[in-house]
Design a protein around this ligand. Structure first.
Ligand code: 15L
Length: 262
């Protein structure tokens, strides 16, 4: 089997993003080796295999990555929560993934999040040069993930595309998502471009569709040749105007309005 025919390892395959994106990636011609800590919901995409594993189990992730050509890392604890909730899947998990990438010489396409910058106020337009302002332990864990990616590139030359995903749902659900929405096909194409790019180096890309209300611009998308095709603009005017409160003040939305963990 040539390197080009080798599968791509996808973590978090049974999660909210993984279960939707896996069939889209298969449709774009990628052979997939799926993994998650719960069974894949439904039939596997064409040509895919599935193995259950815990992201905190480094040896298992290293073994699963053997013979693959890249890792698409979608697995995580993905909500507001305590340090203990993110410790295994997110903090140990990102370490397992980058160690697997280093051991096998693989590129990583890493699902980061807008919650890395959630405590920036709305109305400011950010670029990836702006400092992180995480809004939760989840956001902190994603900021750590980006730093791990940076470190593994500088020290070991492991390339990665770090997708700061906004709100990836079937359609925008509220006023905030007019700025933050990412369509699922745009996410699949972003991953596809990240896998095919000749030399991404260390890249950060805002994971949002072509939304005229976006707060985020200035990233590394040109280096991977990605441009979104969808837009939240068709939903403008469909949601009630926001009320006052932290949820409406900060870019991270409801994560900024929740009580402190401790
Ligand atoms: C995320 O990172 C979460 O995984 C998702 O559930 C949403 O909250 C999304 O961000 C968002 O900010 O809308």
């Amino acid at each position: 089997m040539s390197q080009a025919d080798a599968p791509v390892l996808v973590t978090g395959a049974s999660g909210n993003l993984g279960r939707v994106v896996a069939p889209l990636l298969a449709g774009l011609g990628h052979r997939l080796r799926l993994t998650a800590n719960t069974p894949f919901p439904g039939p596997l995409p064409e040509g895919a295999s599935f193995a259950e594993a815990d992201l905190a189990d480094e040896a298992a992730i290293v073994a699963l990555a053997e013979g693959t050509r890249a890792i698409v890392h979608l697995g995580a604890y993905v909500d507001y929560g305590t340090f203990d909730l993110v410790l295994g899947p997110n903090l140990r998990g990102i370490h397992s993934v980058f160690e697997a990438a280093r051991r096998h010489g693989l590129r990583v396409v890493n699902a980061s999040s807008n919650h890395v910058i959630g405590f920036h106020e709305r109305g400011q337009t950010l670029s990836i040069a702006d400092p992180p302002r995480p809004d939760s332990y989840y956001g902190l864990s994603k900021a750590y993930g980006e730093l791990v990616a940076r470190y593994y590139f500088d020290r070991y030359g492991i390339e990665s595309v770090n997708m700061r995903i906004g709100s990836c749902f079937d359609e925008p659900r509220n006023e905030r998502m007019l700025a933050t929405w990412l369509s699922r096909p745009d996410l699949a194409r972003l991953i596809d471009c990240s896998l095919r790019a000749a030399a991404p180096g260390f890249a950060i890309v805002w994971g949002i569709s072509d939304n005229s209300r976006a707060w985020w611009e200035g990233d590394d998308r040109a280096r991977i040749g990605w441009a979104p095709r969808d837009s939240a603009d068709a939903w403008i005017g469909r949601f009630a105007e926001p009320a006052e409160g932290a949820t409406e003040r900060f870019q991270g939305g409801r994560f900024c309005d929740l009580p402190a963990d401790r």
